[in-house]
Design a protein around this ligand. Structure first.
Ligand SMILES: [Zn+2]
Length: 211
């Protein structure tokens, strides 16, 4: 025997139960969409290219205290200031803004006050849990968060904002939650730790697609 209840209360209880069921399904869906992709193994490495124009030769280096896998790029010819910074691969911009503080280092005042962190920077999600980062840009990025970019699309210009000693591009490739060794045009850069000063010289194959 169940206790008779006024119909109104029973309806409310049924509605509440239905509501909880919907909320439960919504939570499961959110877990499936947001959490599960983060647990899956990363996808294959995209064919990243140097983040500078086709045919240009740049020195990629690191130094003690820089952090493992981090790469600083300096052109082997000409001034670094204002050189175009390009997307290594197609993707979606997830960050385009200021990391830390800008400081006051400009082409007119290269030894001006140093900022903190990355200064003007851009982060791109390439899918498969791969991402690239571009730091110390001269000016506000030329792209905005949420924007889809093509490989070779210009993101900004080389500068010295944030914690930067001289104009250069600080660049990283990430797989999942971790920094990974940078690869360019299908080859590993060899920059894997910051135990010693180390550099390699590479020529960009970030060229407009043929045809
Ligand atoms: Zn750096």
């Amino acid at each position: 025997m169940t206790t008779a209840q006024p119909p109104g209360r029973r309806d409310r209880r049924r509605a509440l139960r239905a509501g909880l069921a919907v909320a439960g399904v919504a939570t499961l869906a959110a877990v499936a969409v947001v959490v599960v992709p983060r647990l899956l193994p990363p996808g294959p490495r995209p064919l990243f290219q140097l983040p500078v124009p086709c045919g240009e030769t740049w020195r990629l280096g690191t130094y003690p205290g820089h952090d493992d896998y981090d790469v600083d790029l300096f052109p082997t010819e000409g001034e670094a200031w204002g050189r175009p910074v390009l997307a290594s691969e197609a993707g979606t911009v997830t960050v385009a803004g200021i990391n830390g503080s800008l400081g006051g280092r400009t082409p007119d005042d290269p030894k001006g006050p140093c900022g903190r962190g990355g200064g003007y920077w851009v982060k791109i999600d390439h899918g498969g849990r791969w991402e690239t980062q571009y730091l110390h840009l001269l000016e506000p990025p030329l792209v905005r968060a949420g924007q889809r970019v093509a490989r070779g699309e210009q993101l900004g210009r080389v500068g010295s904002t944030g914690d930067s000693g001289a104009p250069h591009l600080h660049y990283e490739q990430h797989r999942g939650w971790e920094k990974a060794e940078t690869w360019f045009d299908g080859a590993a850069s060899g920059i894997t730790d910051d135990d010693t000063e180390y550099s390699v010289t590479l020529t960009s194959n970030n060229c407009p697609a043929a045809g």
